[in-house]
Design a binder for this molecule. Structure first.
Ligand SMILES: [Zn+2]
Length: 151
């Protein structure tokens, strides 16, 4: 399903702005405070990452990365997927959201000692700074991101 707009939180005042897809690349401003929304269109949707590109896409990415380890066989993981979509869109791509299918990428799952899915790890500058295991709500994901990004 393609979106025709994204709801993006302003990084300055927090106001939610609905931005039509055709405006994403035009440096849109916040309707409330008029500051730029700093959208990174390439990360507005989660990216699928695996053993071959985890290091490049997550550990060596500039900026924070929310890495979600999941399995298509796990119903809780399937519930998590739309929340990952909302997170990527809501932060305007300022946080890269990566999805790692642990069935297909056992080496990365083992490297980070993933014992159950879903497990979501927030990375900053290549370091795992927050680990969330089990069912999550969008609020919990948000709280964890904000705790790490705005200490
Ligand atoms: Zn604003």
């Amino acid at each position: 399903m393609e979106r025709d707009s994204f709801v993006v939180h302003c990084p300055y005042c927090g106001r939610r702005n609905r931005v039509p897809v055709r405006k994403l690349r035009e440096n849109p401003l916040c309707g409330n405070c008029r500051k730029p929304l700093d959208i990174r269109p390439e990360f507005l949707k989660p990216v699928d990452v695996g053993d071959a590109d985890f290091s490049r896409e997550v550990l060596h990415s500039s900026g924070p990365v929310l890495a979600a380890f999941w399995s298509p066989r796990c119903p809780y993981c399937r519930q998590l997927l739309p929340l990952l979509d909302e997170t990527a869109a809501g932060y305007g791509g300022r946080i890269k959201v990566a999805r790692i299918d642990t069935d297909r990428n056992p080496a990365t799952a083992s490297l980070f000692s993933i014992e159950g899915v879903p497990t979501v790890i927030l990375f900053r500058e290549g370091r795992a700074v927050k680990r969330m295991v089990g069912v999550l709500s969008l609020d919990e994901i948000d709280r964890n991101i904000k705790a790490v990004l705005n200490p």
